[in-house]
Design a protein around this ligand. Structure first.
Ligand SMILES: [Zn+2]
Length: 70
């Protein structure tokens, strides 16, 4: 389900409800809708953040491995 509201607030970083706008502000884009595969918009590196046991995203999931957006 695509998130269309322009809310800045996500109570939990649930990968199912990540908004594209939110990710773009962090400097990343999402390659895959169902799995969480992120790509850095600066250097093009892609990575898949490891989900926590409750299926939410870990802190810093959006950080490029090359530190472009740290
Ligand atoms: Zn990068």
């Amino acid at each position: 389900m695509e998130q269309t509201m322009h809310s800045e607030h996500t109570l939990r970083e649930d990968p199912r409800y990540l908004s594209r706008l939110h990710l773009e502000k962090l400097g990343v884009t999402r390659l895959n809708r169902y799995d969480v595969l992120l790509q850095c918009m600066t250097c093009g590196a892609a990575w898949a953040p490891k989900l926590r046991p409750d299926a939410t995203l870990p802190a810093g999931y959006w950080q490029c491995p090359n530190r472009c957006n740290w």
